[in-house]
Write a new protein. Structure first.
Length: 250
């Protein structure tokens, strides 16, 4: 059975009618789904989905794009949300210097605050890092906290080895099914440090490229791992799911 470690089922078009996506995921062998958040509203939605479905777990947090809208009491609200038994992580959080959606100083402040909360409460973090390797690493090192998943990994091999050495984990999306550079990168990494994800509704894998992504398609990411490592699909499922279970404590 597979675990999609990053599916935005708390966003449109999923949230209002999520059942068909859950059904197709289960039919495809996807037994667990982590739903990350981008703000307090989607955090509440993630928890609502986790309440309704046994196979869904929630991550709560403020995305760097949404950091300018974080209320003064956002950390208190997130801390209360962590009390829910199916909240398994803080995320997705981090830095994004590729899009000019929020000033860098605000992104850093919100990122630091959430890392400290995660460290204090003992929760893993799901990191969004785009064109911000140096600052992302510096902030994690400053906090001395690398209990982290670098989701939708888009940096180079040197950075991957650097964060893996600190104890972080990495996950790839459907891009691994069609991007030669990503395939070559994955080949250099230890399989036991990798997880799989869709990042749906984006990043659809081959043979669904160009369409709306969904959790059932995470199996295509697993197949790509199998081809890269020359390992059976069952073994990929076992390894990546065990890694996800240990990381998220689910």
């Amino acid at each position: 059975m597979f675990t999609d470690t990053h599916a935005h089922l708390n966003l449109d078009p999923f949230y209002e009618d999520v059942q068909p996506y859950i059904d197709r995921a289960l039919d495809a062998g996807v037994s667990k789904i982590i739903v990350p958040s981008i703000d307090l509203i989607t955090s509440e939605r993630a928890i609502s989905l986790a309440d309704k479905y046994d196979n869904i777990f929630a991550a709560v947090g403020i995305h760097p794009h949404d950091s300018t809208d974080a209320s003064d009491e956002y950390l208190h609200v997130l801390e209360e949300m962590l009390k829910h038994p199916k909240v398994c992580a803080i995320g997705e959080i981090g830095l994004d210097y590729f899009r000019d959606y929020a000033p860098e100083d605000i992104q850093k402040r919100i990122f630091r605050g959430q890392i400290e909360l995660a460290k204090d409460k003992g929760y893993p973090i799901i990191i969004h890092n785009r064109a911000a390797d140096a600052d992302t690493y510096a902030i994690l090192e400053e906090a001395d906290y690398f209990n982290a998943q670098f989701h939708c990994y888009g940096s180079d091999e040197a950075f991957a080895q650097k964060v893996l050495k600190k104890g972080a984990l990495i996950s790839f999306t459907g891009v691994v099914t069609f991007a030669k550079k990503v395939k070559e990168l994955v080949k250099t990494l230890p399989l036991e440090k990798l997880m799989i994800e869709t990042d749906c509704p984006w990043m659809a894998p081959i043979p669904h490229r160009g369409k709306q992504n969904e959790p059932a398609y995470v199996v295509e990411v697993a197949k790509a791992y199998g081809d890269i490592f020359n390992v059976s699909l069952d073994e990929i499922a076992r390894i990546t799911t065990n890694t996800a279970k240990m990381f998220f404590k689910i």
